[in-house]
Write a protein that binds this ligand. Structure first.
Ligand code: NDP
Length: 248
């Protein structure tokens, strides 16, 4: 039976790198995206060209109905889910807390936090032995920002990742006896398009000198950690967060 993996936000960046690596390790991969269908199609094309199995699944993870429809499509096309990577995430424009609107805060928390909760809920309903599943694994994308706080840039984003870490610990304990492992990865400054989406395309490179290893990380370096946590090699690892930060 295929091991079935859904990765949210897998059209670009860390999610896309994880999709390509996981497919090489034999996972059938559902590549979720919000709007960039061309990029998601390209990830699936690359996986299939290498002999792997993949489909695209569009959904805004901040919209419950779309998330439910996405999981149903995965059920129908790939079979029962055995792994989820809660990778989709957004930043916003640089701002101080005293400048933040409720609309901004609601978008941040809806996508980064509620989106991860609802995807995990749907995954647990399929994986848990209490629900007739055969177990599984969930990896949540936190950020070094959860520790550093991102002052003057996006404290709201940092706080959303802090929530992801508490969520990871709590869910891990809740389902540890039901065959499901839950962990987080905490990337540092990674060279992806997320910085441009926050209006700071050169952010990672500008801050590279503050990293003990004096460089940014690549999406593949984060994907390496994610696929390890997904693998049986991490069979006794749950409820933890793994820094991939070059020492930052
Ligand atoms: P990118 O901005 O490069 O890619 C974001 C991905 O998420 C895209 O596939 C995008 O889809 C998708 N996405 C965005 N919003 C939604 C949504 N509402 N519903 C579904 N999918 C959505 O991000 P990164 O690869 O850099 O980041 C991935 C994760 O890693 C995020 O959770 C981020 O917070 C975290 N992280 C990143 C760091 C970095 O330095 N890059 C550092 C620490 C953590 P589409 O292409 O359709 O827009």
């Amino acid at each position: 039976m295929d091991q079935v993996l859904l990765i949210t936000g897998a059209s670009r960046g860390i999610g896309a790198a994880t999709a390509l690596q996981a497919a090489r390790r034999g996972w059938a991969v559902a590549v979720n995206y919000a709007s960039n269908s061309l990029a998601a199609d390209e990830v699936v094309r690359s996986i299939r060209a290498a002999g792997g199995t993949a489909i695209t699944v569009q959904a805004d993870v901040g919209d419950e109905a779309q998330v439910i429809a996405m999981f149903e499509k995965v059920d129908a096309k790939l079979g029962r889910l055995t792994a989820l990577v809660n990778n989709a995430g957004v930043v916003d424009m640089q701002a101080r807390v005293d400048q933040m609107s409720v609309a901004r805060l609601e978008r941040m928390l809806r996508i980064n936090v509620i989106g991860s909760f609802v995807c995990a809920r749907e995954a647990v309903r399929r994986m848990s032995t209490q629900h007739g599943g055969s177990g599984g694994v969930i990896v949540n994308l936190s950020s070094a920002a959860a520790r550093l706080g991102s002052p003057g840039q996006y404290v709201d984003y940092a706080a959303s990742k802090g929530a992801i870490e508490s969520f990871t610990v709590g869910l891990a304990k809740e389902v540890a006896g039901e065959g499901i492992r839950v962990n987080a990865v905490r990337p540092g400054l990674i060279d992806t398009e997320i910085h441009a989406s926050g209006g700071l395309p050169d952010r990672a490179f500008q801050l590279a000198a503050t990293v003990p290893m004096k460089r940014t990380g690549s999406a593949d370096e984060v994907a390496n950690a994610i696929v390890w946590l997904l693998s049986p090699e991490a069979s006794y690892v749950t409820g933890t967060a793994l820094d991939v930060t070059g020492g930052r």
